[in-house]
Design a protein around this ligand. Structure first.
Ligand code: ADP
Ligand code: MG
Length: 408
């Protein structure tokens, strides 16, 4: 069996002086590390403050000096302290992970749910909502103790609280939908398109019906020419910094084959695009579908050969026997207008008829850097329409296993 093709290590050799300079600048992020440890000390202060307050409360209760209002106020104060401590840990862990270095909590039992998809936007929103929580506790304290609070303080407390709420809402609005929009822009544009079309296409079950004369799953796997057999089950979903697990789980059910949709994996080298594409291919083979895998360069050569022999139409028709074609590594080499035209023919021929899985280190929006000529945008349009775009972001998995990485 052939091994996975190695990605040219261009991105990792910091040879040019500009790159070295950039790396040096990037290394200065470690200057921030002590700041986070300073915040840890501040957290210690809050722990001290908490027990101090708690002790006072207990003493008052034991000596019978505690009124109901006092107890409520004291408890609110404790809640306040805990919330500020939560805010601190969020800044410490989230900030360190985002701006200094990855902590590598993947798989840790106590890994906070938000940490896996934390970025500075998420962090800002989390902080803003934490501040709203804290200010509402403060406001509640004022209202509980309303007789000892001046109208002036009450009024401004309320106004400031509203300001926090409004700014948190604005932040959430700006980071949430906009980030999602940026990621899914190509997909969404096409969904809008899709809505106008009647969605009453014939539904073919994802599981192909097996007949006696059909090849076995093993034969299909061999015929698919995967570079290595990668399974979806072996993909560590915790490794990428960001990755749409839900979409991937849905794709794993192979419904996209039945609906003749395409799948596009986009992400930097080594993040597992080929792995996921092969994983889906293997699953398709096991479900009884015929699959064919090749790199974009190999597909280009195959189609060019057919064209030169004057049998491109026959070749495209023959490929219809495979409900799934995988085109790996689109973008590693730019294509001339003739080759682009060939890809356009392939994509157009399979449009709404059969599926393609494409992997690329460039998002669809930047494919004009790969494909030249007049048919480029038409091809990207056809491919993207009815396509699930899965963006993977993070560090190369190969670099993680530094010693055995190059053996890959
Ligand atoms: P890409 O297509 O982005 O270049 P590959 O799919 O070739 O990346 O991944 C490189 C190697 O790392 C492969 O051996 C792959 O199985 C492995 N790999 C990458 N990401 C993961 C992951 N999240 N979990 C397990 N293995 C991974
Ligand atoms: Mg690859």
């Amino acid at each position: 069996m052939r091994r996975m093709p190695t990605v040219p290590p261009i991105t990792r050799a910091p040879s040019a002086p500009t790159t070295t300079l950039g790396y040096a600048l990037f290394a200065t992020r470690w200057l921030q590390a002590p700041l986070y440890f300073g915040l840890v000390a501040a957290q210690g202060v809050y722990v001290y403050k908490f027990f101090n307050e708690l002790w006072k409360l207990i003493l008052r209760c034991v000596t019978g000096q505690a009124t109901e209002t006092y107890v409520m106020l004291a408890v609110l104060k404790l809640v306040d302290v805990v919330m500020i401590a939560n805010l601190l840990i969020m800044v410490i862990v989230g900030g360190y992970e985002t701006f200094v270095s990855r902590i590598g909590l993947q798989g840790h039992r106590d890994q906070p749910e938000w940490l896996s998809h934390v970025n500075s936007n998420v962090l800002k929103v989390k902080l803003a909502t934490a501040i709203v929580g804290i200010s509402s506790v403060h406001l509640l304290q004022m209202f509980v103790d309303v007789h000892h609070t001046s109208r002036h303080s009450l009024l401004w407390g309320t106004v400031i609280h509203m300001a926090f709420i409004v700014s948190a809402a604005i932040l959430a609005y700006m980071s949430g939908p906009m980030a999602a929009h940026a990621e899914r822009a190509p997909q969404q544009a096409h969904h809008e398109h899709a809505r106008q079309e009647p969605e009453e296409k014939v539904f073919v079950p994802a599981q192909a019906t097996a007949r006696d004369d059909e090849p076995s799953a093993e034969e299909r796997l061999r015929a698919a020419r995967f570079p290595a057999r990668k399974l979806l089950e072996d993909f560590d979903a915790e490794h990428p910094r960001s990755f749409d697990r839900d979409t991937m789980a849905r794709l794993g059910k192979l419904d996209f084959l039945a609906t003749h949709r395409n799948v596009v994996f986009v992400g930097p080298p080594g993040t597992g695009k080929t792995h996921l594409a092969v994983g889906l291919g293997v699953r398709a083979c096991q479900a009884g579908h015929s699959v064919l895998f090749a790199t974009a360069a190999a597909w280009a050569a195959r189609l060019a050969g057919a064209r030169d022999a004057g049998r491109l139409a026959e070749e495209l028709a023959a490929l219809d026997a495979h409900p799934l074609l995988i085109v790996d590594e689109v973008g590693y080499t730019p294509f001339d207008p003739e080759t682009t035209a060939l890809f356009f023919q392939l994509v157009a021929h399979r449009y709404e008829r059969a599926s393609l899985i494409v992997t690329s280190d460039r998002p669809l929006g930047r494919w004009e850097e790969i494909f030249g000529g007049p048919s480029a945008s038409a091809m990207v349009d056809r491919l993207g329409h009815h396509a699930e775009v899965v963006r993977i972001d993070g560090d190369s998995y190969r670099m993680r296993r530094a010693t055995s990485a190059w053996a890959d």
